[in-house]
Design a protein around this ligand. Structure first.
Ligand code: ATP
Ligand code: MN
Length: 477
């Protein structure tokens, strides 16, 4: 018999058909009703066992978490809560589950508890919903770029360039840790290391992405990214996935348009393709909100918020305008910011970004034209000589979801800016070559994939939107 998934059966609703199913028991009620889930969708299917047809000892093995296969007829359900159910004719236990030891019981577990059981948490309603939406999100990214004529470029995960300054690095080495070779001045000698030089895990595929853009026109990377920062926040992972488009002949405005279109496309796809999971998470979030004090509650539900973002353009606001707004703001005047804003030129903290997005504009915001000295060397200098064509996309509840810029395409200025921040241009001669050999205006940005998944699922902690999170002190499973 051909294999069918529960999702297929619930979608087609063919009463009278005989089906074979495999999956995990969520609950077994009154020795009669099995709620069977196979991961294909949020819903379990009710499978009705005729008590007299099976041995009592055998039915004892049907417990929460056990893996079973069954064959039966699809019939219209007599009970409430579902329109069809399966009348079980054959039943096999594929894998017993010692129910007294199984940590995933049919009740509400805290997210903290489930993080400790990350190897099994994917079997819960919440995490399976999040993982299916993560898939929809990932698929939407590829679909978006493919339809726009971008090429997916696979940039290296091991790199030797450490000049990007995007974050702290994880070293990659095969040198013996118990006896590290040193040179005369006592520094580590990497000559005998695997690559003959010092290497690390990538913090961004951007520089290589630029090489792709200046040959293929429009490219994007979508790969794992590593940062060894010791930041224990709800928005940072040590290993996360980043989407980095890079486009020749695109200026900062084109870049902002693309970032907005990408975000909206992803949200629309999730609204369209993940309805059942979204409804589940929407309810879940509404429950959570009820338990919060009134003043901390979000004014919008999850689906409402996604529709709002998908139907409205993002506000565009220059850094200088933002500083004006912040300086005049109530929390600044009343000393409520941990980092008060007193002058142009300071870096914005997440409290400022959240004020702009959640309180002032009440909309996603793209900030642009930042002071040169708080941004990376490769961002294009404006004619004012003090700001660069940088942009940050800020989302409610998330803060920065994407950051990018128009790139500095002028060789002399780029070299000067490298020197000013202490980067030896010789170490990035390959990058500088693009500016020597047919340079052009180009732009790009990096969108944090998990931050986007956080936004579309409403999960407040980034550790809960990646199957097996890596954070400082945690690399289990
Ligand atoms: P932040 O200021 O939030 O730490 P960043 O400015 O260091 O971020 P970028 O180097 O601009 O980050 O990276 C591009 C995008 O990658 C960010 O906008 C964010 O969405 C995502 N990102 C950056 N660091 C992390 C991290 N540690 N974990 C998850 N996502 C991240
Ligand atoms: Mn950034």
């Amino acid at each position: 018999m051909p294999k069918t998934s529960i999702s297929q059966i619930l979608n087609s609703q063919q009463v009278g058909e005989i089906v074979s199913l495999e999956g995990w028991v969520r609950t077994f009620r009154s020795k009669r009703f099995i709620a069977l889930n196979d991961g294909s969708c949020q819903s379990s299917i009710q499978c009705v066992v005729e008590y007299a047809d099976f041995e009592e000892e055998f039915l004892k093995r049907i417990t929460t978490g056990s893996c079973i296969s069954l064959t039966g007829n699809i019939v219209a359900s007599k009970g409430q809560g579902q329109s069809i159910e399966v009348e079980v004719k054959e039943l096999n236990v594929l894998g017993d589950c010692s129910s007294d030891l199984y940590p995933i019981q049919p009740k509400r577990h805290s997210l903290e508890f489930l993080r400790e059981k990350a190897h099994l948490r994917l079997r819960t309603n919440t995490f399976s919903a999040v993982m299916r939406i993560r898939h929809t999100t990932s698929f939407a990214v590829h679909e978006f770029f493919n339809e726009k004529g971008f090429f997916n470029l696979h940039t290296p995960i091991i790199t030797s360039s450490d000049a990007e300054g995007a974050g702290e690095l994880f070293k990659v080495t095969t040198l013996p840790l118990e006896n590290v070779p040193k040179d005369d001045s006592g520094d580590v000698n990497f000559d005998s290391d695997f690559f003959g030089k010092s290497t690390n895990l990538t913090v961004s595929g951007q520089l290589e992405g630029e090489l792709g853009a200046l040959a293929l026109g429009k490219v994007y990377t979508f790969g794992p990214t590593f940062r060894a920062e010791n930041s224990n926040t709800t928005r940072h992972l040590s290993e996360f996935w980043m989407i980095e488009p890079e486009m020749a002949f695109h200026d900062l405005n084109d870049n902002m348009d693309l970032a907005q279109d990408l975000c909206k496309f992803i949200i629309d796809q999730v609204l369209k393709k993940s309805k059942e999971d979204l409804n589940f998470l929407d309810d879940r979030l509404a429950q959570e909100e009820k338990n919060k004090p009134k003043e901390q509650r979000n004014s919008m539900g999850l689906i409402e918020k996604l529709k709002f973002v998908s139907h409205n353009n993002f506000i565009r606001c220059s850094y200088s305008e933002a500083i004006e707004i912040l300086m005049k703001s109530k929390p600044n005047k009343k000393g409520k910011f941990k980092f008060p804003i007193s002058k142009w030129g300071v870096d914005l903290q997440s409290e400022h970004e959240r004020f702009l997005v959640e309180k002032h504009f009440k909309s996603p915001v793209i900030l642009f034209d930042y002071p040169a000295n708080i941004k990376a060397f490769y961002m294009r200098l404006n004619d004012d000589g003090k700001t660069v064509r940088a942009m940050d996309v800020l989302f409610p509840g998330i803060g920065e979801i994407a950051g990018g810029s128009q790139r500095e395409e002028r060789y002399d200025i780029l070299v000067e800016k490298m020197k000013a921040v202490g980067i030896n241009p010789d170490h990035l001669d390959w990058y500088l070559d693009t500016r020597k050999f047919g340079s052009c205006i180009h732009s790009g940005f990096g969108l944090g994939f998990e931050r986007m998944v956080q936004f579309v699922t409403g999960m407040s902690n980034i550790r809960d939107v990646i199957p097996f999170p890596r954070t400082p002190g945690n690399a289990d499973f």
